[in-house]
Design a protein around this ligand. Structure first.
Ligand code: PBG
Length: 327
């Protein structure tokens, strides 16, 4: 029956593994990954986060040992979150020069100097109420919170961070942080802004890891409403105008269309955050034998890159790098 008709034989290039390798359009490498880490107070702590198998709360003294194998695999950067011993209303641990993240930055830059250390800049892990800023009469106030964030950014820069990543979604924070960094002499320090960060259910396990679940209310007055994509473009535009060097979409997997829209519209480096809930789902399903965890992980990371991300923040960084390197 095929004698008289011309058909496209798409399968020709799928017949052999080598051929598939040759025509592959998206190639993941360990250089694409940024590995998020949770630093806690204390000594000799390496405690697994229950909802994130394979992810640990680490004390400062355990960091370098954890990170060295990742660097050997070709992972260029980590993103640091701090969980302080004591939290207060103003989140003072975030801008204390002796705060846990500031210590971690110093330690990593001393012990693993080639590693790019990115500091997540937010107050939520440091406030007793778990909100990202100052709360007055039940409202998360913008400008006062931004003021505190600029202090955190400068403290992180002074500790030796290679990049500052504001993750709060308050208005004007990138401009304020840029100005504060410049004034403190850090004109060459780049800002990776969480430009379009959605109010997502997929942050659940992170709040477990960072002990930062809001004591009341939620983050919907500052993080974006999930159905919106045009608004994300406006958020990005603003952050670029204010001086962001790299922009991020978060979460990544549930927002691949937003990554694609941003990629088509802006020429700056683009990052996607494969968040805690996206990680936990794969781990949980794999543990139950419901899917092949390694294959699902690689497919998700490839999808994020295919959608347009140059950089992928992922808790899978080390296991994915191992698979890519065949180790
Ligand atoms: C806020 C922050 C959060 C995440 C990264 N930075 C939590 C939040 O907004 O509630 C979530 C990361 C993840 O889920 O993996 N500092």
């Amino acid at each position: 029956m095929f004698e008289d008709i011309q058909i496209d034989r798409h399968r020709r290039l799928r017949m052999k593994g080598r051929l598939r390798d040759m025509v592959r359009e998206t190639i993941l490498t360990p250089n694409d990954f940024i590995w998020p880490l949770f630093v806690v107070a204390g000594r000799d702590v390496r405690r697994e986060v229950p909802s994130m198998p394979g992810v640990y709360n680490l004390s400062v003294d355990r960091l370098a040992g954890e990170v060295e194998p990742a660097v050997a695999l070709g992972i260029p950067a980590v993103l640091l979150f701090g969980i302080p011993e004591k939290k207060d209303e103003q989140g003072s641990g975030a801008y204390d020069p002796e705060g846990v993240v500031q210590q971690a930055i110093g330690e990593l830059k001393r012990r693993v100097p080639e590693l790019i250390v990115i500091a997540d800049c937010c107050l939520c892990e440091y406030t007793s109420h778990g909100h990202c800023g100052v709360v007055r009469e039940g409202e998360i106030v913008n400008d006062e919170s931004v003021e505190l964030l600029t202090r955190a950014a400068v403290a992180q820069a002074e500790a030796g961070a290679d990049m500052i990543a504001p993750s709060d979604m308050f208005d004007g924070r990138v401009a304020a942080i840029r100005a504060a960094l410049d004034e403190a002499g850090f004109v060459q320090l780049p800002i990776l802004s969480y430009a379009a960060k959605y109010a997502s259910a997929f942050y659940g396990p992170f709040r477990d890891a960072a002990q930062s679940t809001p004591a009341f209310g939620d983050r919907r007055s500052h993080q974006m409403d999930p159905p919106n994509v045009r608004e994300a473009m406006r958020e990005i535009e603003t952050d670029l105008d204010e001086g962001a060097d790299i922009i991020m979409i978060k979460p990544a997997l549930a927002y691949l269309d937003v990554l694609r829209a941003a990629r088509d519209r802006y020429d700056v480096p683009l990052a996607g955050y494969n968040v805690s809930g996206e990680y936990a789902m794969v781990k949980a399903a794999a543990r139950n034998g419901w899917l092949d965890g390694d294959r699902a992980m690689m497919e998700i990371l490839t999808a994020i890159k295919r959608a347009g991300a140059d950089l992928i923040l992922t808790y899978h960084a080390v296991e994915a790098a191992r698979l890519l390197k065949g180790k």
